[in-house]
Design a protein around this ligand. Structure first.
Ligand SMILES: [Zn+2]
Ligand SMILES: [Zn+2]
Ligand SMILES: [Zn+2]
Length: 363
């Protein structure tokens, strides 16, 4: 994440801030410009004074506290993030407001990260629309069918319980995971969507993908059943970023892609805050260029690993678990570099996209 400052007083502000803590200005993030704007008052006229058609998201004063702006006069009055919502929880239950806030903050960060790859998803228009994306945040109700966090046909579902810190950490320990976050879930499930939307329909991309992750036509249901029944292979850490990634090529991609998005965000944050890095300041996002895998690999080794080591050292000073509890053997580095390359090559206007794959796929 880039460093953000209040336009009015230059104080450091954060991505989710609705107001400047120093001068009180109303803050709004304009996703199309990746910029934080400041208004003299939190009122429609004050936002409109910032530019043609600028308005605050209709959810700004709702439970999800959305601080994004829109400049396209969309009739919904919702920003590009909130437009992607399908199901949100019942807000008459006061506990659900905090869950929705947690979910939306993670989703906005996910979208910011995708925008670095020149990609802002369009909302799914209807159930048959294979191009668009939708997010459902669903609470498990007694007697109702199980709510499964996953992706299917351009719909990302998150079980609302994942926004509960106690429950999520309990699941992380139970499943022996190094990391389990709401943002990580959204990155993982969106990676499945990216495969369905951008990779599977394009023979060249699919060939590169299979070269990295394997044959995705392997029986998915049987693979997941085997993973959950027998556990991962003993040497999974030599070849995969997580144990779950060893379950099936689709999960290897989703875990690796989510990890690449995480590193991309974290590296931008480190650079923006002036964290001194050992490696060359290569810009993986140089306009119009998809870097060679070797260059991305060098970025991971020379720029990311020193930051990750610093993060772990700092966390140990604070008495916390390692912030980056992962290993990167060569096969994992190669896959991460390949995932970066695929992500950097994805940007294409909706109308020029290849024909989408049929609805359905892995979760
Ligand atoms: Zn300020
Ligand atoms: Zn919004
Ligand atoms: Zn998955």
């Amino acid at each position: 994440m880039k460093a953000l400052a209040c336009q009015a007083c230059a104080s450091t502000v954060f991505f989710d801030n609705l107001y400047c803590g120093a001068c009180g200005s109303a803050l709004g993030f304009m996703p199309t410009a990746a910029a934080m704007l400041a208004a003299q008052a939190d009122a429609p006229s004050a936002w409109a004074a910032l530019g043609p058609g600028v308005q605050a998201c209709a959810n700004r004063h709702g439970a999800c506290g959305c601080n994004w702006l829109l400049d396209d006069a969309h009739p919904s009055g919702l920003c590009r993030s909130c437009r992607l919502n399908g199901t949100i929880p019942d807000l008459s239950d006061s506990r659900n407001g905090a869950a929705w806030l947690c979910f939306e903050q993670a989703k906005r960060r996910l979208l910011y990260g995708l925008s670095r790859f020149h990609w802002l998803p369009e909302p799914k228009r209807d159930p048959t629309d294979a191009l668009g994306l939708r997010f459902d945040l669903i609470a498990q109700l007694p007697g109702a069918p199980p709510v499964v966090t996953g992706h299917a046909g351009g719909v990302v579902t998150l079980n609302l319980i994942e926004t509960d810190d106690v429950q999520r950490e309990s699941s992380r320990v139970e499943f022996g995971e190094a990391m389990r976050t709401v943002l990580g879930h959204l990155r993982h499930e969106t990676a499945h969507y990216l495969h369905q939307r951008w990779i599977a329909p394009d023979p060249d991309r699919l060939a590169r993908w299979r070269g990295l992750f394997g044959d995705e036509s392997a029986d998915y249901t049987a693979a997941l059943a085997r993973h959950h029944g027998e556990g991962p292979p003993a040497d999974w850490a030599q070849r995969h970023i997580s144990a779950y990634a060893s379950a099936h090529p689709h999960e290897d991609w989703a875990e690796t892609c989510a990890h690449a998005l995480m590193i991309d965000d974290a590296l931008e944050t480190a650079g923006a805050w002036g964290l001194r890095l050992h490696g060359p300041a290569a810009d993986a996002h140089a306009q119009g260029e998809v870097p060679e895998p070797a260059a991305v690999r060098a970025m991971l080794v020379e720029q990311w690993l020193p930051v990750a080591q610093f993060l772990n050292a700092m966390n140990r000073s604070l008495g916390l678990r390692d912030g980056y509890p992962f290993l990167m053997p060569d096969p994992v580095l190669d896959k991460l570099a390949g995932a970066f390359g695929l992500l950097l090559g994805l940007a294409a206007p909706r109308d020029q996209a290849p024909d989408p794959a049929p609805i359905g796929g892995p979760a």
